[in-house]
Write a protein that binds this ligand. Structure first.
Ligand code: FCB
Length: 442
């Protein structure tokens, strides 16, 4: 028997998650350019050079998309507001952009869905990228100004606000590994972004809380990390990776310090006086968002510069992204967060999902593999709750297939299939299975 909503505590919220650039389309509503537009326009960065110009055209089709959320018996919808849409030059409000989110939030409320807003899911306005973006410490006050402007309009209706989605991606993946916009591969830029992204979070939390806003949190991503062997060098390499990926941000926020294994490599590149920012970064959260997808196996790479690690292919079944399927990792992070960092603070699984090469056959999409993935991760969540983790909700990534960043439109994560030519939506079997599990009159 598969789980249903009745296997979770009363009031537990189920939903789906999306992000502005990945679904909206940027050609309408006075949206300004962001660093993803130019990253995608630079040969070699994104599969087939695809960008978010059209995406799922959610900008026009949002009512039907919200209908799909409601028809799946979901309680909440996680969306993001695009900085570049709200402030095309990074600083001045575009009333048309703001009005779009105003309608969108009302649309959720009309359908009985709780709006879970994310302020930054990666649309850094190009004008701010020109000034150094996340490597410039002024980004903290630019971001707080944006957060304040949006919250003045939406703050009375959203159920919660996350400052930043996945700071590891904003900082490390984008400034050290060069895989996401702006595509830097530079340890100094990375060290600065690793700190400034949290400084922006703290500055915005202080600003919004000062306005009386409740339910402020952040969404962190976690990958289960395994050492490739029992050899000390591999164990140490795995600890460094765990520090960069899984501990830097949560320790910065909850312990007001960074992991020593990571500072070993980064401290000489950090912005001067970073320690003075830690009280602002370490302000209390109202909730924590956990994004979880996969695990990594890490070995030492003695010939490389710091962090001297390499990824070793794992042996578990993989998704279309090549990511191993490992639900136990979600259980592990939910209980680890509770035990080591946040105690009783409410935790939400803000993203979990898998890509699969889904096809429409005879007018339907059968993605049983995704059903299995989803229910295995719901089981893992339930086990974590049984062990005392205060998990309050679960959001599947994503509602529709969408623009999967550097992978373009090829990797399908949705509960709803999207034909990227006609833009037609078709709920997959996973959508129907989730909807049945969430029915209230079961
Ligand atoms: C996460 C992102 C989300 C989506 C999924 C697959 O890292 O937050 O936007 O791309 O991965």
């Amino acid at each position: 028997m598969r789980l249903s909503r009745f296997d979770f505590p009363e009031g537990f919220l189920f939903g789906a998650a999306t992000a502005a650039y990945q679904i909206e389309g940027t050609r309408h509503g006075g949206c300004g350019p962001c660093h993803w537009d130019t990253f995608a326009a630079t040969a070699g960065n994104v599969v087939r050079g695809e960008d978010g110009a059209v995406a799922c055209d959610h900008f026009h089709r949002w009512p039907a998309d919200l209908d799909l959320v409601k028809a799946a018996n979901m309680d909440a919808y996680r969306f993001s507001t695009s900085w570049a849409r709200v402030m095309p030059d990074g600083r001045r409000v575009n009333p048309e952009g703001m009005a779009f989110y105003d309608r969108l939030v009302d649309g959720m409320l009309e359908r009985g869905l709780k709006p879970f807003q994310t302020l930054y899911h990666w649309e850094l306005p190009s004008a701010l990228a020109d000034l150094g973006g996340w490597t410039n410490q002024d980004v903290a006050s630019w971001f707080a100004d944006y957060a304040e402007a949006v919250t003045r309009v939406l703050g009375d209706r959203v159920a919660s606000i996350a400052t930043i989605n996945e700071p590891w991606c904003v900082a490390w993946l984008s400034h050290f590994m060069g895989i996401h916009a702006p595509g830097h591969r530079d340890i100094r830029a990375a060290a600065r972004a690793m700190h400034h992204v949290l400084l922006a979070h703290g500055t915005a939390v202080e600003r919004l809380r000062g306005m009386g806003q409740k339910n402020l949190g952040i969404v962190l991503n976690f990958d289960h990390t395994e050492a490739a062997s029992a050899a000390l060098a591999d164990q140490e390499a795995a600890a460094v990776w765990d520090g960069i990926f899984n501990r830097w941000f949560i320790e910065g926020i909850t312990k007001k310090n960074y992991p020593s294994e990571v500072l070993t490599g980064l401290s000489s590149h950090m912005p001067e006086g970073w320690q003075d920012d830690m009280p602002l970064i370490g302000q209390k959260l109202d909730w924590l968002g956990v994004n979880y997808y996969t695990r990594h196996t890490i070995a030492a790479n003695p010939r490389a510069a710091w962090p001297a690690i390499r990824d070793v292919p794992g042996s578990l079944p993989k998704t279309q992204m090549g990511w191993e399927i490992y639900p136990e990792g979600l259980e592990g992070f939910l209980t680890r967060m509770q035990r080591d960092y946040v105690g009783d603070l409410p935790i939400y699984v803000t993203e979990n999902g898998m890509a699969h090469a889904d096809v429409v056959e005879d007018g339907a999409v059968s993605d049983v593999i995704r059903e299995d993935y989803l229910f295995a991760h719901l089981e893992a969540t339930r086990r974590a709750i049984a062990q005392g983790a205060n998990v309050k909700g679960f959001f599947y990534w994503s509602l529709p297939d969408n623009y999967e960043r550097a992978e373009g439109y090829e990797k399908r994560f949705g509960l709803v299939h999207v034909d990227f030519h006609s833009l037609e939506r078709k709920p997959k079997s996973s959508y129907h299975a989730f909807a049945r599990a969430l029915a209230r009159n079961a």
